[in-house]
Design a protein around this ligand. Structure first.
Ligand code: NAD
Length: 408
């Protein structure tokens, strides 16, 4: 490791953490600035490098803010995603902590609160949710409810004055998405949509490959995000609560990735949809959708999504000079990037070993950093709205059998 690289990385981190710590403390009315900076400084542990030049640097653990100074989140809805992914992810958050719970099931909430050191007084239900306004330990709400409830809980949440992180899909329609953005703007609170893959290291590495020109000009994107759905009574198969079937739930990842990796917006979509209504799972929502999105540069995304096939989560980008793929592409962990192009006269396949990091922790800490620094998140409400407009065009294309133009 060159001394310069080591110095600048350490300095950057130190500056970020000190700034974050200071602002968090000031907002939370916690420690004064100087004491806080030294508290963070004291948390830093450094080792000398033990490896020789031929080895990769050993990654240093980044210092965490002391728990009492991290931004506090109220987790709204204690279902599978909250309990299996989000709550454990706080363990790897450097700037954020779980501070309150909102649930209709108090016994469950008590069990969770005990595990994560959340006081009983910070457990709320769906009726007294607004009382979060007076809980100074909470700076942000994380909405993890069925899609059809996002609008109500963002609108009511905005009135508490807390910033809002909302799960994907943002809502069940573009008009709901617009009302959510408007409510947050009027309440002067930040709104971020939890597109975790935009914070995931393999996806970030792929985006860098594209922006560094390693693939040449992008021409094609092929992706599939599908899974086999079970119980016909679950909310994901209920149109009012889900907004649709596989498209808004898992197909959304393909739409968002095609946009994220190309940094371009589609201008036309075409689609076909399959809904075998005799299957009790698909009385209200579609089972599969295949669709294409056409971009101004000539880049075309061809995607499939289904609730009736074995889990398949792949993505492939084809450029004029090289291709890249990920399999899996949208998983919670274990995503795998490869790319292939010419090296001299030889076609070479690169399989970089990218350090695994908890993408939920990265996503949550990104929102905390935006709150502390008063910045716009990478995935604000506008990002969710765009995907809703594209999904609405896909449904229209499937029902009319015609390609649908999107506003530029
Ligand atoms: P879930 O069914 O496991 O949990 C939903 C929670 O909402 C439960 O605690 C349930 O009790 C509560 N709830 C309150 N009112 C309800 C009602 N009327 N009907 C049904 N449940 C009700 O769902 P989940 O998988 O945790 O999904 C929650 C949100 O997270 C959804 O928006 C989903 O799209 C999103 N999600 C995102 C990811 C991701 O990778 N980012 C993964 C899974 C789910």
């Amino acid at each position: 490791m060159s001394p310069n690289r080591s110095y600048s990385r350490r300095r950057l981190l130190q500056d970020t953490v000190c700034y974050a710590a200071t602002t968090a403390a000031l907002r939370a009315g916690a420690l004064p600035q100087r004491r806080l900076e030294s508290a963070v400084e004291q948390n830093k542990v450094e080792f000398s490098q033990i490896h020789g030049r031929a080895e990769q640097d050993e990654k240093a653990s980044e210092p965490f803010l002391n728990p009492e100074n991290r931004l506090g989140y109220a987790i709204v809805g204690l279902g599978r995603l909250s309990l299996n992914q989000i709550m454990p992810a706080f363990g790897e958050c450097r700037l954020s902590r779980p501070a309150a719970l909102v649930s209709g099931d108090r016994a469950k909430a008590l069990k969770v609160a005990k595990q994560y050191g959340i006081p009983e007084t910070s457990i709320y239900d769906y009726h007294n949710y607004e009382q979060l306004a007076t809980n100074d330990a909470v700076q942000a709400l994380y909405i993890v409810l069925p899609n059809g409830m996002h609008e109500e809980y963002v609108l009511r949440g905005a009135k508490t004055g807390k910033h809002i992180l909302c799960e994907k899909p943002m809502a069940t329609s573009s008009s709901e998405a617009r009302r959510m953005m408007n409510a947050c703007m009027l309440a002067k609170v930040k709104l971020m949509i939890a597109y975790r893959q935009q914070y995931e290291p393999n996806n970030l590495a792929l985006r860098r490959l594209v922006s560094d020109g390693k693939l040449g000009r992008l021409r094609g994107f092929l992706a599939s995000n599908s899974q086999q759905q079970g119980d016909p009574k679950q909310w994901r198969l209920n149109k009012a609560l889900a907004g649709g079937g596989c498209l808004p739930d898992v197909g959304l990842y393909c739409i968002n990735a095609a946009r994220f990796h190309s940094n371009e917006e589609p201008v036309r979509v075409a689609a076909q949809l399959w809904q075998p209504k005799e299957d009790p799972r698909f009385r209200e929502v579609e089972a599969s959708v295949s669709f294409s999105m056409h971009f101004p540069s000539g880049y075309v995304a061809t995607c499939t999504t289904s609730y009736d096939v074995h889990k398949s989560q792949t993505l492939r980008l084809e450029g004029t000079d090289a291709w890249a793929d990920m399999n899996p592409a949208f998983a919670y962990s274990g995503n795998k990037l490869r790319w292939s192009g010419l090296d001299g006269d030889d076609e070479v396949l690169f399989e970089p070993r990218i350090e695994e990091k908890n993408q939920f922790s990265l996503e949550i800490d990104h929102f905390s950093e935006c709150i502390l620094g008063n910045n716009t998140p990478q995935t604000p409400g506008e990002e969710g709205l765009r995907d809703h407009l594209i999904m609405e065009a896909i449904y229209r294309a499937a029902s009319t059998g015609r390609a649908i133009d999107l506003p530029v």
